[in-house]
Ligand binder design. Structure first.
Ligand SMILES: [Zn+2]
Length: 403
């Protein structure tokens, strides 16, 4: 698969702009062995093939041994790659090659699970004020009364559901996700604790989930409704890119929306959760709880699940990864291709599933192979059919991750 890339060059030097004499693994940089710096999603020792630069480096294979602060997957999903050259002249001649591509060779998979998202569900169950006005009629969802006329909905009841649905959607897409507040809502986790937990977790971005209100929520109003995505003033360009990506996916759920706003313009001050978190962060007001129609949707799983999925889509776009739809089928009996490594040295790879077949080659311990099927052998044992065409006995294979 060709992955869009922007390719630059560097050389071993102690000049400030270059990377010093050592790679990120602590080994001396060696230009005679084709090596490069890749975004963190590409594991070390991955072999990548260069293409589309229009230079003699096209078709060459480089080993990923290095990282760099600007070596990342950018907002458009373009992979930045830095190739190690012999000297300054060679690096300058190469320059910067946009619209290039890379191919990642088999056996190495991009590890998207390394992306982490922290989520906080705004407030706690009993935080003062953060609730709808008294409902004017029974709230019925799927034929069941979930709130009686005269009762209220806490903002937290929505916030935690959308946060959990977002976590679930992100995990399905291969992203690690963590909710940084008390999920029970018994405690309104202080904002600086939420931010500190997100920072310690080292998330790549933070999402704060809320439901808006215009006034004190003593009565429903008819002026303000819809979506508002907030970022903090002077926040990194990345927060803007993240906010735009999410807003773009969410906006069609609303008849009105306020677009992407800056916290100081809306609340008069910077929001702590956006200010104290060290990563790109946005706060989403998913609707108005003092606008009756939107209040009555807060506890509807169809509503908050759709909003969470669309938020996840925006995050995936921002991270440059594929959004995977929810699959309602039971996946239990379905086989999924996976990456595995032999647990022994000299494992026989055979032409068919069983030790009666001829040996095609011998695999070293630790060699990554892609298993595309599992086959029952005559003696009852299970054999792995590998993408390369040969078969190996499953009992000597250790599954690393799904392909
Ligand atoms: Zn709120």
């Amino acid at each position: 698969m060709k992955i869009p890339a922007e390719i630059t060059a560097y050389y071993a030097s102690n000049e400030g702009v270059e990377g010093g004499y050592y790679d990120s693994l602590g080994n001396l940089l060696n230009p005679d062995h084709n090596t490069c710096a890749c975004p963190k999603q590409i594991p070390f020792h991955s072999m990548i093939k260069i293409g589309g630069t229009g230079t003699k480096y096209d078709g060459q294979i480089y080993e990923c041994l290095d990282r760099g602060s600007a070596i990342e997957i950018d907002d458009d999903g373009v992979y930045h790659i830095d190739l190690l050259m012999h000297n300054k002249e060679e690096a300058n001649a190469f320059g910067r090659r946009k619209n290039a591509y890379i191919e990642i060779l088999e056996g190495t998979e991009i590890n998207m699970s390394k992306f982490k998202v922290s989520i906080d569900a705004g407030h706690g169950m009993n935080t003062g004020g953060k609730r709808t006005p008294k409902l004017q009629r029974d709230l019925v969802i799927d034929g069941k009364v979930v709130k009686h006329k005269g009762s209220i909905i806490h903002e937290f009841e929505f916030n935690i559901e959308v946060a959990k649905a977002l976590r679930k959607a992100l995990e399905r897409c291969g992203v690690e996700a963590k909710i940084v507040n008390d999920e029970t809502g018994r405690i309104d986790t202080p904002l600086n604790t939420r931010a500190r937990t997100a920072n310690a977790y080292g998330s790549d971005l933070h999402i704060s989930c809320h439901y808006n209100a215009v006034g004190s929520c003593t009565a429903f109003q008819s002026k303000a409704k819809g979506l508002l995505v907030l970022k903090t003033k002077g926040g990194q360009a990345k927060s803007t890119a993240l906010a735009n990506a999410i807003h773009n996916e969410l906006k069609d759920n609303y008849s009105h929306d306020y677009g992407v706003g800056i916290d100081t313009q809306w609340s008069g001050f910077t929001l702590a959760i956006l200010r104290q978190t060290h990563m790109p962060a946005v706060l989403i007001e998913y609707g108005f709880m003092d606008y009756e129609e939107e209040a009555m949707k807060m506890l509807d799983p169809k509503w908050y699940t759709k909003l969470a999925e669309d938020t996840c889509k925006g995050i995936c776009k921002y991270l440059g990864i594929k959004y995977k739809k929810a699959d309602n089928k039971e996946p239990k009996d379905e086989f999924r291709p996976y990456i595995a490594r032999p647990t022994v040295d000299g494992l026989n790879a055979r032409k068919g599933p069983g030790s009666e077949y001829d040996i095609e080659c011998v695999l070293d311990k630790g060699t990554a192979v892609t298993v595309i099927a599992e086959v029952r052998a005559k003696d009852g044992g299970v054999w792995c059919k590998c993408r390369a065409g040969y078969y190996v006995n499953k009992k000597y294979m250790n599954r690393v991750r799904y392909a």
